[in-house]
Ligand binder design. Structure first.
Ligand SMILES: [Zn+2]
Ligand SMILES: [Zn+2]
Length: 493
């Protein structure tokens, strides 16, 4: 099991302010504080998501180069953790740079003094060290059986900002990234360290339809090492004008499986790991597998899925890139085409507050009253069905989503306040008028928003309040149906 920690940028700034406040001048003084943390969703990675910071009051500890913490402070922290159903994180600073190994003193302090927290909260104790250069290092202390204390070093600490994802990890986490001819042009574009950072970002693509297939093509060619593909749909004949990985023989087969096969074939990563999840993102298994990723790209076309992804992004502090295209062509005449692409996540406005879907649309879809943007009871529209699209429009949306991904991972200080994709803004491109509209959004959600308040960073406690979809049973009739459908489409041609 891989252990890791996630810190929101806003908490990081608050912690830097406190923990490194006494590092100026001659007398360097370490600092301590506690915080709450919540276990994240995730199947193959155990994630501790840092929550509320509990700063010490002046008589809570003695500062003498090292720090001695008083019992009253520990009790206050424990009470707060129990009330919030959270774990306890102990944080301190070091006057050094880079990932910090655990010193003898730290080992003894965390092992002995803080273990009661593990027994009371029934969650591991999270130990974090902040180095002077703002690099985090972390470990988990747990006690599977009384007296059997185990220490697990974390593989990385991710700092999720609204403009960048920072990853701190010990040198042992990743083997050295080496130059390879297959990526020569890419490496020459942005250099080895940037490529290493990009390649190690585990990206989950939800929806392997038209836009998703093009994004997967980009990710595979760019050398991304870990990709998760989530889609429960099958290829139909009318998909073939947009799916990069499909041809006539693909009809009736699962999109996620075909896409994965294609990604593995064209991957430029040295050891590509492609995970296939042929399930709806509304099932618990797909939701938890998506939470393993470092970043999610949403290529879904319905409110129901967007609501689930919004839950995932805020409760697990996962950056999420979402895009959509809307074609308006009554009676087969193209009047307008617009597309919007957003980056959402902690410290940024959520998908619902940006107007990408409404709660009632999502609820209606869950109850089966609405499908693909249209109420089931509505009369059939005269013109083409809504949801029509072309390869070229999908390609433009996919390119925008990839552009945001690159800026978020590769960019250092490129983002400025007027950037249309900085997360505080949204933009909409109108194809027919060749016009780009920028929407100024305040950085935060509306005050009553459950995602940025109640659910933010809560991990498992922040899951949707409606039940997950049951997984479809593997049965022979569905299998046979798929094959008959495939046979049918072969005959149709
Ligand atoms: Zn220390
Ligand atoms: Zn919101």
């Amino acid at each position: 099991m891989i252990h890791r920690v996630v810190i929101r940028e806003r908490l990081h700034l608050e912690l830097v302010d406190h923990l490194l406040s006494r590092f100026q001048g001659e007398n360097i003084q370490e600092e301590v504080c506690f915080a709450l943390w919540y276990p994240g969703d995730g199947t193959h990675r155990y994630t501790g998501i840092l929550g509320e910071v509990l700063l010490p009051m002046s008589d809570d500890r003695d500062l003498h180069g090292n720090v001695t913490v008083h019992g009253a402070y520990l009790n206050r922290v424990l009470d707060r953790a129990l009330a919030a159903k959270a774990g306890v994180a102990a944080l301190h600073s070091h006057p050094a740079g880079g990932w910090q190994a655990l010193s003898r003193d730290d080992y003894d302090t965390e092992r002995n003094a803080l273990l009661p927290f593990v027994r009371e909260t029934r969650l591991p104790l999270l130990g974090l060290t902040l180095a002077e250069d703002e690099t985090w290092s972390a470990r988990l202390w747990h006690e599977p059986h009384p007296g059997d204390v185990r220490l697990a070093y974390c593989t990385d600490v991710r700092r999720v900002g609204s403009r960048k994802l920072y990853v701190d990890s010990p040198p042992s986490t990743y083997p050295a990234y080496t130059r390879r001819t297959v990526l020569k042009r890419t490496l020459d574009s942005w250099g080895l360290p940037t490529q290493a950072r990009l390649a190690r970002t585990h990206v989950c693509v939800v929806g392997a339809g038209s836009v998703g297939s093009m994004i997967l093509e980009s990710l595979a060619r760019t050398g991304i090492e870990q990709i998760t593909i989530i889609d429960d749909d099958e290829v139909a004949l009318h998909n073939l004008d947009r799916l990069v990985y499909a041809d006539r023989r693909s009809v009736g087969l699962r999109k996620a499986e075909l896409a994965a096969k294609h990604v593995r074939r064209i991957a430029t990563a040295s050891r590509p790991v492609v995970r296939v999840v042929p399930l709806s993102i509304r099932t618990k298994r797909a939701y938890c597998l998506a939470a393993d990723a470092d970043l999610i790209i949403s290529c879904v076309d319905n409110a129901e899925a967007r609501d689930v992804l919004n839950h995932l992004a805020y409760s697990n502090c996962l950056p999420l890139i979402d895009g959509g295209v809307r074609v308006d062509s009554p009676e087969g005449r193209l009047i307008s085409t617009k597309w919007r692409v957003h980056l959402v996540g902690p410290d940024m406005r959520c998908l619902r507050c940006r107007g990408q879907y409404t709660s009632s649309e999502a609820a209606d879809e869950r109850q089966g009253l609405r499908h693909h943007g249209r109420y089931i009871d509505d009369p059939e529209p005269d013109g083409p069905e809504p949801g029509q699209n072309t390869f070229a429009f999908c390609n433009l949306v996919a390119a925008e989503e990839v552009r945001i991904l690159l800026r978020y991972i590769v960019g250092e200080s490129w983002w400025h306040d007027t950037d249309p994709t900085s997360g505080f803004w949204a933009f909409e491109h109108q194809f027919v008028d060749a016009r780009t509209t920028r929407f100024e959004h305040p950085g935060a959600c509306v005050l009553s928003c459950e995602f940025t308040h109640k659910r933010l960073g809560q991990g498992k406690l922040g899951r949707p309040s409606y039940p997950f979809l049951p997984e479809p049973r593997v049965n022979w009739s569905a299998y046979t149906r798929r094959w008959f459908r495939r046979l049918g489409s072969l005959v149709q041609r």
